[in-house]
Design a protein around this ligand. Structure first.
Ligand code: ATP
Ligand code: MG
Length: 732
């Protein structure tokens, strides 16, 4: 190694302000950087790593840095390498899941796992819990698997195993505990772990193996955490364990951006931090470098409505910049087309697609954007949503691959035993499941035993035997092939393409075949570096783990010049010159579930703050007057968060009336044809008052029951169509 300390390190401190420099160059002690959006927290963390390596002569090997999404982790990795001017070698940079997974792979024996253990995504987990519920002969209606999943994951996030759940004689808890315990043994038998298990198991691995713990505590002398406000109990415990008494943690976060309370994140960890690490130096950053003054004013004004904030005063010296644009769309198509036209304008004025993000509250909103962008041939990439590796055909192919690695992988076995159909009916599968359960066998071993004992009808027996032979045959033939050939061979031998072309006629079938081909390309492009997350694994296992961990493979490849589509949750930590904040309607954002509960509504407001603060130069906000989502049409009011943005920073753009009506029959004509009147007694000419729009006069009424709508001409807000069920109009 060169004598780094003699190097010029001004590049590490030059582009930092005073408190940022203080954090980056602090003595070895616990540091908590608590600051608002865009104030340089991530930048400080990255520069701190460079400082440790180049000034303090700390080996990259002794550094662990953790964040929340794969995208944020790969950006962090890139930024560190850029600053250092060299690859980061043995440093551990990743997500909590990625790093836990890495620990478990390296120490699978101590973690009581099989070497080829596989990861269950939440969909697989649900299927597994369903089977467990059936095996316990519980009524699925009374014990919905989704609720059990929530319960199990919650327990795991809190570090609670079934045996440590307190028995207070409450029969519901007792039953859930049984489901949890049975599910746990089923996973253990099948050699699979779910996402929450990954963290808990790696925590227990360290906790219960003092030598191992000592090894890692001595190795990681510096532990850095981005987005600290969103750590849950388990993640925080994991950090404390790794740090031990020796390694001071370096955490950066923002209480105003805590958006994962619904998943167990504990904003209180910020307070716990200074308590657990009494020597903590807390540093505040107040200058924002990301956004224009107007964007910042909007963000500050919105978040000011939350109570109990730690409170900070973000400012910028960038000037006000453009006003925020607010577009009232007729419907979601109009919204998408307006956004597309703005994207084209941006690019025509020499902007780039990659500088643009379209953000939404709910994944389902992406579909309309996608089709409109496609129509206009605008390249885009979707993060999250139905991820590539979660698509049915891809999961089928992966299940075959997983079975070749581990025959006892029950979820995979269950998924493909009759996929494509090979004459193995539900009855036969039930016999296998039952036998497996009663004899504590995997589905694979149970099938083998039943075939050997001639327990099936001749036809079913042949079919099951055929399936077992097929898997063994595939496993034997792919053993020495390259990863890409392995994937290709499995897809061919499983006859999945033929199956889908027959089952899903037309475009859908073809799209599935395209996806299967894309899986071969993914295998082709998969790089396995022994020093990365998949250390000590064979190629296929590494690829399968990657598939399970990868959060959000999109339509375009990473790094391409394309528009970025993502949920607000996925946008945390990122920044873009032009941001579209879409679907700003009450019921959608804030979402309906959160409106009546203060703490939930405040979390939505923080999400809104996150959304606004992603924008650097231009923010365009949109809402629709009517929206088709989840198959039905709703007429929502503009989001209450819009009222919290000062009108002085907003430029309202009126819709071009009825330019982009949908082709299908509009609800208006459909409702009129019913000829009924509404049951609320609201008539044309009635004086009414509305909680938000004030007083007005009813000028039109149509539809019946839940579809009844009225047009009201409000004194101050103009004419609006409202759904009577929700509008809560008071007659005057
Ligand atoms: P978030 O809360 O959204 O995660 P953050 O606090 O992590 O934001 P960064 O992403 O680190 O903020 O920084 C925001 C932007 O400001 C980045 O583009 C960063 O490079 C830039 N920046 C931060 N500090 C400075 C500085 N001192 N001088 C110039 N640019 C800076
Ligand atoms: Mg950040």
């Amino acid at each position: 190694m060169t004598t780094i300390s003699s190097m010029d390190v001004s590049h590490i401190l030059d582009q930092l302000n005073k408190p940022q420099r203080e954090a980056v160059s602090a003595q070895s002690q616990p540091i908590l950087v608590l600051a608002g959006a865009g104030s340089g927290k991530t930048r400080v963390l990255v520069h701190r790593i460079a400082w440790l390596i180049q000034v303090e002569n700390i080996s990259p090997f002794a550094i662990l840095s953790v964040t929340f999404t794969n995208k944020a982790a790969s950006e962090m990795r890139g930024r560190i390498e850029q600053l250092l001017g060299s690859p980061i070698g043995g440093m551990w940079v990743g997500t909590f899941h990625g790093l836990s997974h890495r620990l478990l792979r390296q120490h699978w024996q101590e973690a009581n796992l099989i070497q080829s253990f596989q990861i269950l995504d939440s969909d697989d987990q649900l299927r597994m819990i369903k089977r467990v519920t059936q095996s316990l002969q519980l009524d699925e209606k009374e014990w919905p698997s989704k609720d059990s999943r929530w319960y199990i994951n919650n327990c795991k996030d809190e570090g609670i195993r079934p045996q440590s759940i307190e028995d207070r004689g409450d029969s519901t808890t007792q039953q859930l505990r049984t489901i949890y315990a049975t599910y746990e043994s089923a996973c253990q038998r099948a050699g699979v772990i779910d996402f929450a298990e990954m963290l808990l198991r790696s925590l227990e691995l360290l906790r219960d193996n003092p030598n191992l713990l000592q090894h890692y505590q001595q190795r990681f002398r510096h532990v850095l955490i981005d987005e600290f406000q969103d750590t849950n109990t388990l993640q925080y415990a994991w950090i404390r364990l790794l740090c031990g008494d020796q390694s001071p943690p370096f955490a950066v976060g923002d209480d105003d951006q805590s958006i994962y309370g619904w998943r167990g994140a504990k904003i209180e960890n910020i307070q716990h931090f200074t308590h657990h690490f009494p020597q903590t130096n807390t540093i505040k950053l107040e200058q924002n470098y990301r956004s224009t003054g107007n964007i910042l004013k909007a963000a500050n004004a919105v978040i000011a409505n939350n109570e109990g904030r730690l409170g900070k005063n973000l400012w910028t010296d960038q000037g006000d910049g453009d006003l925020i644009h607010l577009y009232t769309a007729f419907n979601e198509l109009d919204e998408a087309r307006y956004i597309t036209s703005r994207i084209e304008q941006w690019v025509n004025e020499s902007g780039q697609y990659q500088e643009i993000a379209i953000l939404y509250r709910s994944n389902a909103q992406s579909r309309v954007f996608e089709s409109t962008l496609n129509e206009q041939a605008i390249p885009y990439r979707v993060y999250g949503g139905l991820r590539f590796f979660e698509r049915a055909e891809i999961k089928d192919a992966l299940s075959y691959l997983r079975l070749t690695v581990n025959r006892h992988d029950d979820p995979s076995f269950d998924r493909v035993i009759n996929q494509p159909t090979r004459g193995i009916g539900n009855k036969t599968v039930d016999i296998i499941r039952h036998y497996a359960r009663s004899n504590s066998l995997s589905l694979w071993d149970a099938s083998k035993a039943l075939v050997d004992a001639n327990s099936f009808t001749a036809r079913a027996g042949n079919a099951v035997f055929g399936f077992l032979t097929l898997i063994n045959h595939i496993a034997n033939t792919i053993i020495d092939l390259s990863l890409e050939d392995q994937v290709e061979k499995v897809i061919a031998a499983s006859k999945l393409k033929e199956h889908y072309l027959k089952k899903d006629k037309g475009d859908l079938g073809q799209a599935r075949v395209d996806n299967l081909n894309e899986l071969i390309s993914a295998a082709q492009g998969f790089h396995y570096r022994p020093d990365d997350e998949h250390a000590d694994m064979d190629f296929l296992t590494a690829f399968l783990s990657h598939a399970a961990l990868e959060a959000g493979e999109g339509q375009a490849k990473a790094g391409n010049n394309c528009v970025q589509l993502m949920t607000l949750h996925a946008a945390k930590g990122l920044e873009f010159p032009l941001v579209f904040l879409t679907g700003m309607e009450d019921g959608l954002f804030p979402s309906q579930r959160t409106i009546d509960e203060k703490s939930k509504l405040e979390e939505e407001r923080r999400l809104c703050y996150v959304g606004i603060t992603r924008a650097e130069k231009q923010l365009v906000i949109s809402y629709t007057e009517q929206r088709r989502l989840y198959g039905s049409i709703s007429y929502n009011l503009p989001s209450r968060f819009l009222d919290e943005i000062p009108s002085s920073v907003v430029h309202e753009i009126r819709p071009k009336t009825n330019v982009w009506q949908r082709n299908v029959q509009t609800p208006k004509t459909k409702l009129k044809s019913t000829g009924k009147i509404n049951e609320t007694g609201i008539k044309i000419g009635q004086q009414v008052s509305h909680g938000k729009f004030g007083e007005g006069v009813v000028t039109d009424v149509e539809g019946a029951g839940e579809h009844a709508r009225a047009q009201v001409n409000f004194k101050f807000s103009g004419s609006k169509w409202l759904v009577l069920n929700y509008a809560n109009l008071k007659k005057l």
